[in-house]
Design a protein around this ligand. Structure first.
Ligand code: HGA
Length: 610
């Protein structure tokens, strides 16, 4: 979602700030802006609707000089995407950028209007600027003014405040939206994600909830939520510098689909030895917790939720432990009963998903035995706030529509199932060996799937003028159908829905006609005969069928019926395997539709607002 970059340096920093914004572009945004203080203590602000490129062009025409500045990419939550609503927002000497949502902004706006502050924008963010300006009138310093202002805010913020009267000086505050300080030599930086700063530093301090920090060229002073000065650990970043390079691929999403064999290999590395899962690799002290867990509660959003839904089938059939899966935004706002010895598992690519993070915090007060996360970003809030973390090793995922994060989450979840199954005595050595070896074969099998790319591209032509699609599956393939429908709608804007195939006759069958493509995932397994009956129900009503199956399933092209026949893989890893051709299908359909594949409209990577 929206990004923040800031700097206090002795050199001109506009270029660094804009480079940082470019590095965060993949998260999705609708407008961008920058404020720089020049040597004459004049604040210069440039804002543009659309891409950061528009900001580049504006700065090429009129360069901003100065060593203190803040910049932002906005993904609108309050007020349309427009130049006036873009950040930074200004009040007198104060300029502010903000990620998050101020929930009590209407109340604050009325109070501030009554004090005579004119509001320029429709955003919630603007109240922060005026509130700090107001508090500064009676405070000894900008730090004190920000501290006094933030206690009046309800909601989520990662915010940076700059004062025209105090160059070489920024105040940052974090509550519910991540911020990191990048340490330089005689200069310091900040950002909402360390990726933004990789060109200037590898040394980072992650702010904690409630922290307010004062940053100058030579110092970083951090105060916790009660105003006490604290020292936070410095992390030396070991980041992949150029995940941002598309290489031979046309889109990040395409690159990330093709990276899946490597991502899964990396995720398995160090987690398997002698046909067994290494339980200690799941997390320090995890073994006892996993053994004692009598129930698993998975909480996640979007694609991660779909991974959780697949895992539910595994937890009950492999690990032998009951499992519920819930969308984080529902879980966090309903009254629930925590079952005895219940383990909370959060799933998130970024580890900053606002609803999932809130659910974790709630669960910590609700009697869960422990909280673990399966996550792709080691420095994220979910990882830091969970009892233990089992990392996916997908590498940086840039395409907004998640691909390799999903298949590596499933890989971790399957490893976790094997570990729990063994610890609880529900899985024999033979069964463990079978699953482990299936996982080891999976990366090569996915490589072999990728050669279907051309055939799938051809199939995608049928969807050029389609507006709706149904996906069907049974068992673990039902959530794979859900994930495939999500992928298609995200990037092609085709309305897509997934159904458990047995549900067809309870409603969706009414939608079937010759204009309704129905995509079915139907490899040979115990449920195949049932799926075949559902396929016949569609065929009998003239639906256009597209079946992804293996040779043993015995399908072939015929009237109203197209098949993609895949190699046979082990049943346990088949859900991961079948995800890949369906990702390719969505990708090719999106190309035909001419959408912005990596940054689909209205969507953002790392959903840091609720
Ligand atoms: N609420 C602010 C910031 C939005 C945001 O954090 N997006 O990710 C606005 O609408 O400007």
């Amino acid at each position: 979602m929206c990004g923040i970059v800031g700097a206090v340096a002795q050199r001109d920093i506009a270029e660094i700030l804009v480079d940082g914004l470019h590095r965060l572009e993949y998260r999705g945004y609708d407008s961008a802006g920058i404020a720089v203080l020049n040597l004459d203590k004049q604040m210069q602000i440039v804002r543009r609707v659309g891409k950061v490129k528009a900001l580049d062009e504006a700065l090429d025409a009129n360069p901003l000089l100065g060593g203190t500045g803040i910049a932002h990419t906005r993904w609108a939550t309050h007020g349309e995407p427009s130049e006036t609503n873009a950040h930074p927002h200004r009040s007198g000497n104060i300029a502010v950028v903000h990620n998050g949502i101020i929930e009590n902004y209407e109340e604050l706006r009325s109070e501030l209007q009554a004090r005579g502050y004119p509001f320029q924008s429709q955003t919630d963010t603007e109240v922060i600027a005026h509130l700090v300006e107001w508090e500064l009138r009676s405070a000894k310093s900008l730090l004190e003014a920000v501290q006094k202002a933030v206690v009046q805010l309800r909601g989520a913020y990662g915010t940076v405040v700059m004062n025209q009267a105090e160059p070489e000086h920024l105040i940052v505050a974090r509550s519910g939206s991540p911020l990191v300080i990048g340490l330089g030599m005689g200069e310091n930086f900040l950002a909402s994600d360390p990726l933004a700063l990789l060109n200037v530093t590898r040394r980072f301090i992650y702010l904690e909830e409630g922290d307010v920090a004062e940053i100058t060229r030579r110092s970083v002073d951090i105060f916790d939520r009660s105003g006490v000065k604290v020292v936070r650990e410095i992390h030396e970043g070991n980041f992949e510098q150029d995940a941002a390079d598309k290489g031979q691929y046309r889109h990040y999403m395409q690159k990330e689909i093709f990276e899946q064999p490597v991502a899964i290999r990396n995720t398995l590395e160090g987690r398997i030895t002698n046909d067994k899962v290494v339980v200690d690799a799941i997390g320090a002290n995890a073994a006892q917790i996993l053994k004692d867990a009598q129930h698993i509660q998975i909480v996640a959003c979007g694609t991660s939720y779909n991974a959780g839904m697949v895992a539910r089938y595994w937890f009950e059939s492999i690990a032998g432990v009951s499992c519920d899966v819930e969308i984080a935004s529902e879980f966090r706002y309903r009254k629930f009963v925590t079952r005895p010895n219940s383990l909370l598992i959060t799933l998130s690519q970024s580890g900053e998903t606002a609803d999932t993070l809130a659910a974790l915090r709630l669960a910590k007060e609700s009697g869960f035995m422990a909280a673990m996360t399966i996550c792709n970003v080691a420095s994220s809030s979910l990882v830091r706030e969970s009892d233990f973390a089992f990392m996916t090793k997908a590498g940086v995922e840039i395409g907004v529509a998640s691909t390799k994060a999903f298949t590596t989450q499933l890989t971790c979840l399957l490893l976790l199932n094997v570990a729990i199954g063994r610890l609880k005595g529900n899985l024999s050595e033979e069964q463990e060996k079978h699953i482990v070896q299936s996982l080891q074969r999976l990366p090569a099998q996915i490589e072999s799937t990728l050669v279907f790319d051309k055939a799938i591209e051809k199939l995608s032509e049928d969807f050029a003028d389609k507006h709706h699609t149904l996906f069907l599956g049974r068992g673990e393939f039902y959530p794979i159908a859900m994930e495939s429908a999500l992928k298609l709608k995200e990037i092609s804007y085709i309305h897509a829905e997934a159904y458990a195939a047995g549900e067809l006759k309870h409603g969706p069958l009414a939608l079937i006609d010759s204009d309704m493509p129905v995509i079915v995932v139907a490899p040979e397994n115990d449920l195949l005969e049932k799926v075949k009956s559902n396929i016949e129900e569609v065929r009998a009503r003239g639906g256009q069928l597209y079946v992804f199956a293996d040779h043993d399933a015995g399908f072939s092209d015929s009237e109203g019926f197209k098949t993609i026949v895949m190699p046979k893989v082990d049943e346990v890893t088949a859900p991961i395997f079948y995800t890949v051709p369906l990702q390719l299908l969505s990708y090719h359909i999106a190309l035909i539709k001419g959408t912005d594949v990596d940054q689909p409209r209205n969507l953002a990577k790392a959903v840091t607002v609720e």
